[in-house]
Design a protein around this ligand. Structure first.
Ligand code: F6R
Length: 642
């Protein structure tokens, strides 16, 4: 198996050849690239080649286009090819997949506007050749409008190449689960998960449209070529179902398996759920797929085997390894006993009650090697610890117990809230505070939109201070960064600027941390956590030469979307029942964001799910491996800064 990393591939053929051995699992051709930008550039090149070919044949090229975050790089690359290589779009006809309904074409979040901003305003396509479903039709005209859309596609000679993204429901276009393969352009009700994912664009769930007009599954499958792109860890689960699952209306993207000229273009993160990546030993010898039995792979395999067999690590036998396609691993290590012991010790060494390291003289058992292995700042005590929390609340939710411990061990704990969090406070919560203010002071607060965002941010701040007190953290050690990218939400699409990075660099210089904790939630469907990590990474990059940097140790925590798989855990902090209860009290201080599914209800917004359940579930996983049975465990992945 090959992961493409360079731009020097003339076609997908090389990469596709590698998929042959995986055809038992994969029912559609898949190519995997290391980076989304490179994947997108390959797709843009295919589009450019098609446009040129059709022009040479004296024909128009008919493109089916998608919106959303996924195809943005493709459009950027097409604009570049147009500007730098002179590719003309005069001969191109486009049909977009979908549009929210009802929505005006001028609305900041309409797909009409999206397409203008990302593509059409920057190329030479005649306006008459652009087609996007009309989100502004009167309700009684929608059915006729959809029929006209189908007719226009047919009159253009059908779609030559259709670009698709995939939603976490498995939708293509807005064909949500339950869509028939015979469906054509129509009005559809959006799935709740799709609407939750769209909060990033519309600010609150209530503002996300409930319906949309979308091309049907049949419309899409009639295209002569279909290319689906998916990037990011948050797509890994649904991509695996689309590629490896059986064809079903439950996951409309599986219909693409029936297309004879379909392709999935993935980055490595989105491909993470495929058998060849997740459990490559099932596909064949690792070496043949360009992989090796390193420490991480060993931990992944043994953890998987323990789950498959329902056994604790130390109880796995040679037969277990043999019968689960792990003969290769077995022969390398000689016996199950050797592998088991190694895995057991490695996992055991991740467990520590001293996340900041032991202060001199603490504890009585001398440890030959501090657990987990520490950087050169290990002996510094007390440490300056800087915890980055994307929104107020993420830190207590994901590492509230560790926070308690760090404060209890008398480290100097600072918490930096990267965004204001104003977007998660509902209007009704603000209204409650305004009523309160009017009651006690007799004054009316200014409720205009700009001021409302300020007041909502103030509510988040007050709650963060309350939670800090519960955890024993000095409220004066809280830093509200209010990164500007987050505030652009109502206007342009979020873009990181130098200012976001400069603010972060200044804080790092001020604190000079020995230890950093940051959210490594790469599966965050809203993107805020991913953007926050991107900013912190850039800020750390700029701070490399600072004297504190070399000795600084960094850990990534994760929230509700996708916890660290056990094999990626480098530090595990166990919590007692009392600490778990205290953590819950801290989390509940953030009551204004309690309606936020992703914050309080797990990945799918289950409102009844308790916030501390994640750490309890992790503890059960450790227990199943044969580790001590704790009330809860918070886990961290080492972030190599060097
Ligand atoms: C957009 C569309 C949708 C998106 C999908 C993924 O025109 O039809 O199917 O492709 O929801 O969205 P992103 O790319 O934002 O993750």
């Amino acid at each position: 198996m090959r992961i493409e990393s360079g731009m020097n591939i003339s076609s997908y053929q090389d990469a596709l050849a590698a998929t042959l051995e995986t055809s038992k699992w994969e029912h559609i051709p898949v190519v995997i690239f290391e980076q989304p930008k490179i994947a997108a550039a390959r797709v843009a090149r295919e589009i450019a080649d098609l446009i040129k070919q059709r022009e040479a044949d004296g024909l128009k090229a008919v493109l089916g286009l998608a919106t959303g975050s996924t195809p943005i790089f493709v459009y950027q690359e097409l604009v570049r090819i147009h500007r730098e290589e002179g590719l003309s779009f005069r001969n191109v006809v486009t049909f977009n997949l979908d549009e929210y309904y009802p929505i005006s074409p001028e609305h900041a979040r309409s797909y009409h506007r999206f397409m203008r901003e990302h593509l059409f305003d920057h190329i030479d396509i005649p306006a008459t050749q652009i087609h996007i479903p009309d989100g502004a039709l009167a309700r009684e005209d929608v059915v006729a409008g959809c029929a006209r859309y189908e007719k226009a596609i047919a009159e253009a000679g059908g779609i030559d190449l259709q670009i698709l993204g995939i939603g976490r429901t498995g939708h293509i276009g807005f064909n949500e689960p339950g869509s028939s393969w015979r469906s054509t352009t129509r009005l559809i009700h959006l799935d709740r998960l799709t609407r939750l994912d769209a909060i990033k664009d519309f600010q609150s769930e209530e503002l996300v449209p409930r319906t949309a007009v979308t091309m049907g599954v049949k419309t899409i499958l009639q295209a002569r070529r279909v290319v689906l792109l998916a990037f990011g860890e948050h797509k890994a689960e649904i991509v695996a179902r689309a590629v490896e699952g059986s064809v079903s209306a439950d996951v409309p993207a599986t219909y693409l398996q029936q297309h004879e000229n379909g392709l999935m273009v993935l980055d490595r993160a989105a491909a993470g759920g495929l058998t060849r990546i997740r459990t490559p030993w099932l596909v064949g010898p690792l070496e043949e797929s360009g992989m090796a039995w390193n420490d991480l792979m060993l931990r992944r395999a043994v953890n998987w085997l323990a789950q498959q067999t329902g056994k604790a690590v130390l109880k796995l036998t040679d037969e277990d390894y043999n019968s689960h396609s792990l003969q290769e691993l077995l022969s390398q290590h000689g016996s199950a006993y050797e592998i088991n012991l190694r895995m057991f010790r490695e996992v055991q060494n991740t467990i520590t009650g001293w996340p900041g390291g032991k202060p001199p003289g603490a504890g009585n058992a001398p440890v030959s090697q501090p657990r987990p292995l520490r950087s050169s700042s290990a002996s510094a005590y007390p440490k300056r610890i800087l915890i980055f929390s994307p929104h107020p609340g993420d830190e207590v939710l994901s590492m509230g117990g560790t926070l308690l411990r760090l404060a209890e061990h008398k480290h100097e704990v600072h918490i930096a809230y990267q965004v204001s969090g104003s977007g998660v406070v509902k209007d009704e919560v603000l209204q409650r505070y305004l009523d309160f203010q009017q009651r006690v002071s007799g004054t009316h607060a200014d409720g205009n939109a700009g001021h409302a965002a300020f007041l909502k941010a103030a509510i988040c701040r007050a709650e963060a201070r309350a939670a800090a007190r519960v955890c024993g953290v000095d409220p004066d050690a809280l830093h509200f960064l209010d990164l500007p990218f987050y505030e652009q939400i109502g206007g342009k699409y979020r873009q990181v600027s130098g200012e976001d990075i400069a603010i972060t660099v200044r804080l790092l210089a001020q604190i000079q941390p020995h230890q950093i904790y940051a959210a490594g939630d790469l599966a965050d469907p809203h993107g805020t956590h991913r953007i926050c990590l991107e900013i912190l990474t850039a800020a750390l990059q700029q701070s490399r030469k600072e004297p504190w940097f070399a000795a600084c140790e960094a850990w990534l925590y994760r929230g509700a979307w996708a916890p660290w798989p056990i094999h990626e855990v480098d530090m595990a902090v166990p919590l007692s029942p009392a600490e778990t209860a205290c953590k819950q009290r801290a989390i509940f201080q953030h009551e204004s964001s309690r309606h936020q599914g992703p914050l309080f209800g797990g990945a799918h917004g289950e409102p009844d799910k308790l916030p501390e359940d994640g750490a309890r579930a992790t503890s059960r996983l450790f227990d199943a491996l044969g580790m001590p049975d704790y009330e809860a465990i918070e886990t961290f992945h080492r972030w190599e800064l060097a």
